[in-house]
Each structure stands twice: as structure tokens, then as C-alpha cells.
Design a protein around this ligand. Sequence first.
Ligand code: SF4
Length: 87
Amino acid sequence: MAEPKPCRCLLMASGQEDMARLVAEYIATLPEENRVPEEVYRTRLVLCEGCEALNNGTCARCGCYVEARAAKRGLSCPALPAKWTAQ
Ligand code: SF4
């Protein structure tokens, strides 16, 4: 039987509503100085959604939930070259 194709989608779109809610709650606890502005966050997620490494909300390169990783100011995309960089 063939493996299911990975879904290049974020947590909510992949049907993981509970995990999407937990990640959103986690992001809300980050101090504002450690979070990127909303516009940067949205841009990062668009880049992740177009990336071959995205698999059901998780980055296959680092294992992070991309919605959590993209929210953090000091982190960058783990791809070489990075698709988005630290702020
Ligand atoms: S490699 Fe970068 S752009 Fe691709 S899913 Fe991971 S964090 Fe997002």
C-alpha cells in the first residue's frame, strides 16, 4: 500500500485542531520581545506552506511545528539556504 502523500499544510488545515490550539496558546505565552511582528509571522508561514519540507504542520528538517518556530524572533528556517531568517 502506498504511503499517504505529506500534506503541505499548517496544523489547523491538517485536521490537528487540538495541537493547533496548544501551539497558539504557547505562542501567546512568548514575551513580546521574543516574538516577530504579525506581518513577519504571516510571511514566514506562507514560505513554509510552499516548502517541500512541510509535512502536516511539522518541518521535516528540524521537527518543529512551523507555526511555533516561525513565531520566534531569534529562530530561522533550518533549510540551506534558509527560506526565512532570524529577525
Ligand atoms: S525548511 Fe524552512 S520553510 Fe521549509 S517547512 Fe521548514 S522552516 Fe518552513
